[in-house]
Ligand binder design. Sequence first.
Ligand SMILES: Nc1nc2c(ncn2[C@@H]2O[C@H](COP(=O)(O)OP(=O)(O)O)[C@@H](O)[C@H]2O)c(=O)[nH]1
Ligand SMILES: [Mg+2]
Length: 478
Amino acid sequence: MVLEIPRLAIMGHPNAGKSSVVATLTENDRIAIDKRAGTTTESDVYPVVIDGQIVIEFIDTPGFQNPSAILEWFQLHGGQSDLAAAFVSAHRNNPLFAHDCALLEPVAAGAGIILVVDGSKRIKEKDRVEIELLRLTARPRMAILNNLTRQSRHLEQWQNTLSKGFNSVREFNAHRATYAERIKLLNALKSIDQRWEQRLEQTIDAFERDWERRTDQAATTILDLLREALAFRYTESVKNNKLVFQSGRDQVKAEVMAAFEDGLRTLEIKAQEQIRANFHHNVWNVSADSILGRDLLSEDVNKTLGISKRQLAMVGMATGAASGAAIDLVAAGSSLGAAAFLGAAAGGMLGLMGGTALAKLDIEKAHGTQRFTVGPVSNPRFPFVLLDRIILYSARAMNWAHGRQAADEEAPDKVPDKDLPVKGFSEALTAQQQRELARFFSAARRGKVYEREDQCRDIIKGVLRDVAESRIDSRADL
Ligand SMILES: Nc1nc2c(ncn2[C@@H]2O[C@H](COP(=O)(O)OP(=O)(O)O)[C@@H](O)[C@H]2O)c(=O)[nH]1
Ligand SMILES: [Mg+2]
């Protein structure tokens, strides 16, 4: 059976946050927030498309202008079965009512209603008029308290007033709402009107399947990143005549090391772009002082993320030190620990993570040239750091409300950065899970396929699900 697509008109005062609510519900961060003044006379339809099918439509309406004229007419024509439709057909050709018709048109055409109010403001007479006239439309309707300035003084009064005209009244913050809260909102809507139950059920199913698929896709991106980053090497052949003096050799070493590090950074950025697209983000800024704004290879990131020394030692034992921890700082023959070399060349900063070299530098002599190769990563903590960082990024992508957009960083409710998580995610895994990942890492370093990769995928998906449910980052401005 093909059911009609649910359509919901988002109504309310100008500046109540209607467009922000639509942006969050449709995961569309390109909707113009704040641009449409109260004079706009058209409604914009925003469909949600999953698998090429429209599963729900939200209609961003112009704000109410003169609701008392509509209410008066409704009260005079109380006998009509569908007041919104009757109002529109009676006033369609009257320019004086153009705005009111535009406003009621989606409702007249059968849409359900979501009224958005700014719960931080005091209730005015105009609000009561709107509530009453929407009640008279007899459409499935829900009211949303979008608490713009986080004032709770008036919330209870809003709840009481709204519940007179609406079957469901919910707090829903357009800037903070997560996937789970979006689903809860649709579920609440489903239960208020039986006629809508089935179609919304279908919509919710589609949302849930889509989210599951995106979580799986994110896990694929993360596994690919780890595999590619851990197998990554950078090689450059240099003519012997450039290597006669120590300074020439030092320069080449610094260059290949820098190129190697940039290669790792590029792989991370590629994975981040995939994650961002997967969760439909086009505009967002990551604050420079967050752990996501720092350089991947900085000591800050290394200190904050990854697993503890103790855990690392246990994991190292479990994998028979195959992680390569043993080879750092070795400077023998043509093979130099990158840290040892950098200690001399760059003050010991570059290539070091937690006092351990990131990777090994090999120099192979051939006819008239020398081949410098850096990689693969030998630092045993690095894969856990890289994993934690991409999970942190995913957490942000999963939980960052699309209605918030990027320009919001000056907003009064911006959460201070001190709420940043101080630990990585991998540290909270069980020893067995860490060992499983460590085995995958050591296979990846050798460019081998890990036969139990599915277990790693499950571990990563488990972390992503936790992150989406506990909204780890919507509190912290990552
Ligand atoms: N702090 C905060 N600001 C919000 C929230 N929702 C909307 N706003 C801001 O309120 C203003 C009006 O929002 P908009 O969605 O354009 O309202 P509309 O006129 O009803 O469509 C914009 O500056 C938004 O960024 C919210 O949940 N929290
Ligand atoms: Mg708007």
